[in-house]
Design a binder for this molecule. Structure first.
Ligand code: TYD
Length: 138
C-alpha cells in the first residue's frame, strides 16, 4: 500500500542561457512513467481547495509552471505532508492511492499535471472515508 513516503519532490535541471530557461520532461526518464494525459489548472484563487481525492490507478506529477500552490498528501496510516510548489523546475510525484488536496493558489498559478492513465471518473475516490475503507480492504 502506498504511503506518503512514496511521494517525492522531483527537481529538473534548468537549461538556461541568456535567452531564458528550458525544462525537459522525459517519460520513464525524468518522470517515473510515460504520460498519457496532461492537464493544467489555472484561475483558482487562495481560498479554493481542489483535488480532495485519491486515484485507484493514476499516478501524477504536478508542477507549478507559473506561480505557486500547496499540495497536501495524506495516506491511510494517518500520515500527512505538505509540499510547497513554487518553482517551474520542481514537481511533486504522487503515486496512486494517495489522498491529495491542492490549495493556497497564487493568482498566477498554473498547475501542470501529468498522469500515466487516461481519465476515468470511476477510479477517483472522492470521499476520505471511502479512501480509508478502500485501502483497508486491499
Ligand atoms: P476535478 O477532478 O474535479 O478537478 P480537481 O481535482 O482539480 O479539483 O475535475 C474537474 C472537471 O474536469 C470534472 O468535471 C472532471 C473533468 N476532468 C476530465 O474530464 N478529465 C480529466 O483528466 C480531469 C482531471 C478532469
Amino acid at each position: 500500500m502506498n504511503n506518503i513516503n512514496s511521494t517525492k519532490l522531483l527537481s529538473f535541471p534548468e537549461l538556461g542561457d541568456d535567452r531564458g530557461q528550458l525544462v525537459v520532461i522525459e517519460g520513464e526518464r525524468t518522470v517515473p512513467f510515460i504520460p498519457k494525459r496532461i492537464f493544467y489548472i489555472y484561475g483558482s484563487v487562495k481560498n479554493v481547495v481542489r483535488g480532495c481525492h485519491a486515484n485507484i490507478k493514476s499516478h501524477f506529477v504536478l508542477f507549478n509552471v507559473s506561480g505557486s500552490c500547496k499540495v497536501k498528501v495524506k495516506d491511510s496510516f494517518d500520515n500527512e505532508k505538505i509540499y510547497d510548489l513554487h518553482e517551474p523546475n520542481v514537481a511533486v510525484y504522487l503515486p496512486n492511492l494517495i489522498w491529495k488536496e491542492m490549495y493556497d493558489f497564487s493568482s498566477d498559478s498554473i498547475l501542470l499535471c501529468l498522469s500515466n492513465e487516461y481519465y476515468c471518473k470511476d477510479e477517483y475516490i472522492r470521499s476520505f472515508d471511502e479512501y480509508i475503507k478502500y485501502c483497508n480492504e486491499q
